[in-house]
Design a protein. Structure first.
Length: 250
């Protein structure tokens, strides 16, 4: 008997979906902490949504899971949607998104979410609206750092901009940050003949990050090989926007 299944692994000619797409949309095979009705949101999605709300919800905002996913880093659209769905069921951690109320926007497909701020204020700093390449460009211009390059890359017909930085660029930026905030590393303080800039120029990339964390009193988890977007935003706030370091601590 001929099968009535027409190519599970290929797109259907009638415009329907594929088996793989259905499985993907429901989180099957993904290592994102999905777990039936008890799913309470993955750590990555919880953090991403919290940052999105902090940066974008001043009063009320309507957004799809896809638009939220595009505004943050490395979190799948389905993961965003499932986490917000878990929040509506009351399955996300206590205290998460305490400053906003979340609801669904009418009966739309795909689902759109309504965020209404009930406490606190949105963080409207310009650095929070910038992605990595413009952050790098503006920090470079403000510090005269050398060793950064932005370029367009393409994959599967999609083009986007990336920023590449060197350890020399990081050292230049660190020196500018230390000058701006008046930070004198302990090793330099303890040696009257040690020049801060010469000392910085001898630092490894990891050590450069450590000194930066001390200078701005921030933590940059996962930034041992490179400075992540949150770290670049903290630098931008100080050396470009001229904010006091106490205002950018996290």
């Amino acid at each position: 008997m001929p099968s009535d299944r027409s190519g599970d692994g290929a797109a259907r000619a009638d415009g329907g979906t594929t088996t793989e797409k259905v499985l993907e949309d429901n989180g099957v095979g993904q290592d994102n902490d999905y777990a039936s009705k008890a799913y309470g949101g993955s750590e990555a999605a919880l953090d991403a949504i919290e940052r999105y709300v902090a940066e974008n919800v001043a009063d009320e905002r309507i957004a799809s899971s896809r638009s939220i996913s595009k505004a943050v880093d490395d979190v799948r659209t389905q993961e965003i949607g499932k986490t917000l769905g878990a929040h509506l069921r009351g399955d996300t951690p206590d205290g998460w998104l305490a400053d906003v109320e979340v609801s669904k926007w009418r009966d739309t497909a795909p689902t759109k979410w309504v965020f209404e701020r009930v406490a606190g204020e949105a963080d409207t700093r310009r650095s929070r609206q910038l992605q990595v390449p413009p952050l790098v460009r503006e920090i470079t211009a403000a510090t005269d750092a050398d060793g950064a390059r932005c370029e367009m890359v393409e994959r599967d017909g999609v083009r986007w901009e990336v920023a590449n930085t060197t350890v020399d660029w990081m050292r230049d930026v660190l020196a500018a940050v230390c000058e701006t905030v008046g930070h004198q590393p302990t090793a330099v303080q303890e040696d009257d003949e040690l020049d801060r800039r010469e000392w910085i120029d001898q630092l490894t990339q990891t050590a450069t990050t450590t000194v930066l964390e001390h200078a701005l009193d921030i933590e940059a988890p996962g930034a041992r090989d490179d400075w992540n977007k949150e770290t670049l935003r903290a630098i931008h706030d100080v050396v470009v926007a001229g904010r006091d370091p106490s205002e950018v601590r996290r």
